[in-house]
Design a binder for this molecule. Structure first.
Ligand code: CAA
Ligand code: NAD
Length: 292
């Protein structure tokens, strides 16, 4: 079965980017959020990105209209019933993902493929909420989705091999480079990236340097595009905290444990760039200032 109609659940940082690239690649996309306000916020970020592409002449205005025409926002889960593939990008919490997929499983026909954009939850575990475990995969995009080329395509021990290949081709049709991997917590990238980000927080807690100095050290010393604190704020401190807890629970290794400062920042609602404050204050987004 060819994938034509794509459903995305969650119009936050990742879902909005996934919906944008799918609509740009010619798919008909329906994206679902929980409230009209959050939907509006996510759709605005897509509009902003498309406007930037028109400014740069990477798109003309007719193409922008066509992309807009392929993209539909909704707050009704039922509107995803006719999709060929549904990609979930909601909060990094297994019970929330299972509840969503159990509801989708009842709404959608047996041919619909399900994929989770989870960073660290077990794909096998989330799939148990459905009666289509062999047609359930991980499709792990990277932030910002319109820019980052990689997609980790994740199979479980229950995955159907032909459908897995079809999903890998779907990632290519989006203009992305797929890597094949299996359902091990954090897959490839987060297995390596998350301990580094958590170590940066520990480095700061131990007084080795200021936040801008540690950021600049990794940018200027190692050529990373962003320092670790800028990246933590960019990913979202809440999301990083959930990921760290899930990885620590899985591996029981201290390097995955969330540092106390991260926990306290999340408790205080400092979730990074998306909430206006994290390791930096984003009141002036062009000129973030360190908060700690
Ligand atoms: N959405 C869409 N496009 C964006 C964007 C966004 N949020 N931010 C930047 N861009 C585009 C810009 O328009 C620009 O495009 P052109 O080159 O065509 O003009 C391009 O990206 C470069 O942007 P800038 O020149 O403004 O800034 P930059 O050179 O610093 O690049 C960046 C920005 C691409 C985000 C770069 O800083 C970067 O690669 N940072 C690291 C990002 C990263 O590591 N992501 C992975 C996070 S981990 C993850 O996603 C997995 C997980 O499970 C947590
Ligand atoms: P986010 O907080 O920006 O967005 C999540 C959105 O999902 C919110 O707007 C929320 O209202 C919405 N939502 C929650 N329950 C919903 C439901 N039942 N139906 C529809 N919408 C619902 O989070 P994010 O950063 O976009 O992360 C989403 C997922 O992607 C997580 O599993 C995360 O681990 C993963 N991920 C995140 C990144 C990153 O850098 N932030 C990278 C790769 C993967």
């Amino acid at each position: 079965m060819a994938i034509e109609r794509v459903g995305v659940v969650g119009c936050g940082l990742m879902g909005s980017g996934i919906a944008q690239v799918a609509a740009q690649a010619g798919f008909s996309v329906t994206i679902r959020e929980v409230t009209p306000e959050l939907l509006e916020k996510g759709l605005k970020s897509i509009e902003k990105n498309l406007a930037r592409l028109v400014e740069k002449s990477a798109l003309n205005s007719t193409e922008r209209e066509q992309i807009r025409g392929r993209l539909r926002g909704t707050t009704r889960l039922e509107d995803l019933a006719g999709c060929d593939l549904i990609i979930e990008a909601i909060v990094e919490h297994v019970p929330a993902k299972k509840e969503l997929f159990a509801a989708l499983d009842k709404l959608c026909g047996p041919a619909t493929l399900f994929a989770t954009n989870t960073s660290s939850c077990s794909v096998t575990e989330v799939a148990t909420a459905t009666a289509r475990r062999s047609r359930f995969f991980g499709l792990h995009f990277f932030n910002p989705v319109p820019v980052m080329k990689l997609v980790e395509v994740v199979r479980t021990i229950e995955s159907d091999a032909a459908t897995y290949e079809e999903l890998t081709r779907f990632a290519e049709r989006l203009g992305k480079t797929p890597v094949r991997t299996s359902d091990r917590t954090g897959f490839i990238v987060n297995r390596l990236l998350v301990p580094y980000l958590l170590d940066a927080i520990r480095t700061f807690e131990e007084g080795l340097g200021t936040i801008p100095d540690i950021d600049n050290s990794m940018k200027l010393g190692c050529g990373y595009p962003m320092g670790p604190f800028t990246l933590l704020d960019f990913v979202g401190l809440d999301t990083t905290y959930y990921i760290a807890n899930i990885m620590f629970e899985e591996f029981k290794e201290p390097r995955f444990a969330p540092p106390p400062l991260l926990k306290r920042m999340v408790l205080a609602g400092w979730n990074g760039r998306k909430s206006g404050r994290g390791f930096y204050d984003y009141s002036d987004p062009q000129n973030p200032t360190p908060l700690l």
